[in-house]
Design a protein around this ligand. Structure first.
Ligand code: PHE
Length: 341
């Protein structure tokens, strides 16, 4: 029996030498010390058949063997663990990720808002899903009006089957003119930036999803001169103090008179280039004096107030300011473009 104990000890020690993983070590522990099939236990089971004195010596020896093997197993376990320690992970380390930044549309929008805030305007927001009433009717565009052609849109199904309201994705931010007048008593000066939609065949200058800033100022005795001062200030603060502006007659159903606002071409200094179609001028805004019909729909007393409204395209401003040649680039999210801002 002593012989077989010795042999067991030797084979356990030599097997231990080639162990490399915790799994192999666990298997070895099971092989020698497993309760039912462990080799050492098998030997010890026979001790009870020996004479008392043999039992004592052999018992003591078996114990020594057991302790010796366990000691080596523990050492091996520590050795494997320290080898496999996870790499030191420094959670305070910086610099591996690149920081994102605001999208050029957001940057342009913030810049425009800042200019208007500096002139005392408040900033409001409105719904992107609008009723046909606010998008068209309240703005003097009845259902058969030809001006609806300028604003072809996406019609939205109302989830409420009982609703008689026709819903559209707003084609401009102008419905907020009607909503603001319903809810606020003049005097006020507000801008409403936001996302707008049109059923467009897209090209370099037209997108189905785009961004506008609406403006509305109402008080007694507001004139076209006030409109001109606000928009000249905007254009010169965004594009530079040397920029000239031009106001030409135009048409919108909700303003009278209506104007289109142009600024001197920033690309060619008015010498004439492909961006300004050799005219020296770039069209940047639609605007006008609030139409009496719109005041009437809002329930304002006849003749008491006057006001002006305007609408500008944020992407158009950004294209001119940052020299982006195609409006569709804003939504492509190509990092090569975005990284430049
Ligand atoms: N809503 C008009 C458009 O989208 C712009 C506009 C706004 C014109 C306010 C006049 C007054 O084309």
């Amino acid at each position: 029996m002593i012989e077989s104990l010795k042999k067991l000890q030797e084979s356990a020690l030599s097997e231990l030498q080639s162990v490399e993983t915790i799994e192999q070590l666990d298997a070895l522990v099971l092989k020698y010390f497993g309760r039912s099939k462990g080799l050492l236990n098998n030997v010890l089971k026979n001790i009870k058949n020996l004479s008392e004195s043999d039992r004592r010596t052999l018992g003591a020896q078996a114990n020594e063997v057991k302790v010796a093997i366990w000691k080596l197993i523990d050492e091996k376990r520590n050795e494997i663990r320290s080898k496999n320690k996870p790499e030191f992970l420094d959670l305070t380390a910086t610099g591996k990720t690149t920081l994102g930044h605001l999208h050029p549309i957001t940057q342009m929008s913030k810049e425009i808002k800042e200019v208007f805030r500096s002139m005392g305007y408040s900033v409001l927001v409105g719904p992107e899903i609008e009723s046909d009433y606010y998008n068209f009717e309240a703005l003097n565009i009845p259902s058969e009006h030809p001006a609806r052609d300028m604003f072809d849109t996406f019609y939205v199904k109302d989830p409420n089957p009982k609703s008689k309201e026709k819903l559209v994705l707003r084609t401009h931010t102008s419905p907020m003119q009607a909503r603001v007048m319903e809810n606020y008593k003049p005097p006020f000066a507000v801008i409403i930036p936001g996302r707008t939609f049109r059923n467009e065949a897209t090209d370099a200058r037209h997108e189905h999803t785009f961004y506008q800033v609406e403006g509305l100022v109402v008080d007694e005795n507001i004139s076209l001169a006030n409109l001109k001062w606000s928009l000249d200030t905007l254009i010169q603060k965004i594009f530079g103090g040397e920029i000239k502006t031009q106001y030409r007659p135009s048409y919108f159903p909700f303003t009278e008179p209506s104007v289109e606002v142009l600024m001197s071409c920033i690309f060619c200094n008015q010498k004439g280039c492909s961006i300004c179609s050799r005219t020296g001028w770039l069209e940047v805004l639609g605007a006008g004096m609030v139409h009496p019909k719109v005041f009437e729909v809002a329930g304002y007393p006849k003749g008491k107030y006057s006001g002006f409204a305007f609408g500008l395209g944020i992407m158009r401003f950004a294209m001119l300011k940052y020299n982006i040649p195609d409006i569709r680039m804003f939504h492509q999210n190509d990092a090569r473009l975005l990284k430049q801002f």
